[in-house]
Ligand binder design. Structure first.
Ligand code: SAM
Ligand code: SF4
Length: 332
């Protein structure tokens, strides 16, 4: 039995988010710059390396793995990774293997994901208006996402929608998104825009505290706070009329770092212990050493021990990015 992952503040780490690529088939303005440069292919972990490292973490107590990106479904061979990791579900070492996707390629992969033991997918969807969807994503086709959601539903996957609460956009879309989710019995979470990277849209201009968004929702729906947790950062409210759930990810206005149980592994093998800090541990350099992965164990435990107490985004709406890294590099 390997020692568990516990940081210096006593937080036990049980959740790993694995980014399998920094590439994407969309260009959301809050996530990517207009001109994006991607990691050179030689720096990106192979599928085998991703599976090896993820398995090392599972042996040390990770119970939930989320595959993310960039857009994870554009990564060649990503289904081999899901197949490989599914053995940990069968052995009982892993409780959950899930995915965050923009949904564009979900129709193609939904059945295979279900075969690999995936039970839940998060689909990012900020609007149900075709024109605004194309604007937010720089040319994306909403119908592909809607078809992906249907395919996932047909494959028996539970779906949670994630919408970034961008001021000037979300006010027009929130009601139709909540209705869409209630009609289909999907959870839906709203996320405060976080200031990462020099992206196309300024976080300062687009920041909307979720307390304001909640007031808007409460004009149409009765919400009651509940204690539910899916192991992630959302705080949930129940919609009294439908029994559905709405999550609020208040990264800035009400920081949830105290209960953070997460680590993030980038597609290039960088281990980040906090989304809001630039420091990382280079696990790729260790696993590509000629003498084998000597020092991997120590490097992981040292990184976890030093997990920062909190992110450094600040909570003022006028805050500009303090980090150079884009959200697409780590997957949120
Ligand atoms: N491409 C996939 C997708 O869009 O779901 C996975 C990666 S994406 C980076 C993960 C999540 O981060 C998405 O829900 C996206 O909306 C969110 N996101 C991206 N940039 C953000 C930002 N600046 N602030 C808050 N959330 C952001
Ligand atoms: Fe791509 Fe997801 Fe970022 Fe949009 S949020 S650009 S879909 S990685």
């Amino acid at each position: 039995m390997q020692p568990r992952l516990v940081d210096d503040f006593g937080r036990t780490i049980t959740y790993l988010r694995v980014s399998v690529t920094d590439r994407c088939n969309l260009r959301c303005g809050y996530c990517m710059a207009g001109e994006v440069s991607f990691s050179p292919r030689r720096d990106v972990l192979t599928i085998e390396e991703l599976e090896f490292l993820t398995s090392v973490f599972i042996e040390r107590g990770i119970r939930k793995v989320r595959v993310t990106g960039g857009e994870p479904l554009v990564r060649k061979g990503v289904m081999h990774l899901f197949r490989g990791l599914s053995r940990h579900l069968r052995s009982g070492d892993l409780d959950e293997l899930c995915l965050t996707t923009n949904g564009i390629l979900l129709s193609k992969y939904a059945g295979e994901l279900a075969d690999c033991g995936v039970r839940r997918v998060n689909v990012s969807l900020d609007t149900l208006d075709r024109r605004r969807f194309a604007e937010i994503t720089s040319g994306g086709d909403l119908d592909e996402v809607l078809a992906g959601i249907e395919a996932a539903r047909d494959a028996g996957l539970a779906i949670k929608l994630n919408a970034v609460a961008q001021k000037g956009y979300i006010e027009r879309d929130v009601h139709s998104l909540v209705q869409f989710a209630q009609d289909r019995h999907f959870d839906i979470s709203f996320i405060e825009t976080m200031p990462l990277g020099e992206v196309k849209t300024s976080c300062a201009d687009r920041y909307l505290p979720l307390s304001e968004l909640r007031q808007l929702i409460e004009r149409r729906w009765m919400l009651a706070d509940i204690d539910a947790s899916t192991g992630g950062p959302a705080r949930y409210a129940r919609v009294e009329e439908t029994g559905g759930r709405i999550g609020f990810i208040t990264a800035l206005s009400d920081c949830f770092c105290e209960t953070c149980n997460r680590l993030r592994l980038s597609a290039t093998g960088a281990l980040y212990t906090c989304l809001g800090h630039d420091d990382f541990t280079d696990l790729r350099a260790i696993i590509r050493r000629e003498d084998g992965a000597v020092g991997l164990e120590d490097a992981i435990h040292a990184a976890v021990a030093g997990k920062p107490k909190s992110h450094e985004f600040g909570n003022s709406p006028g805050r500009e990015p303090v980090l150079k890294r884009y959200m697409s590099a780590l997957g949120g």
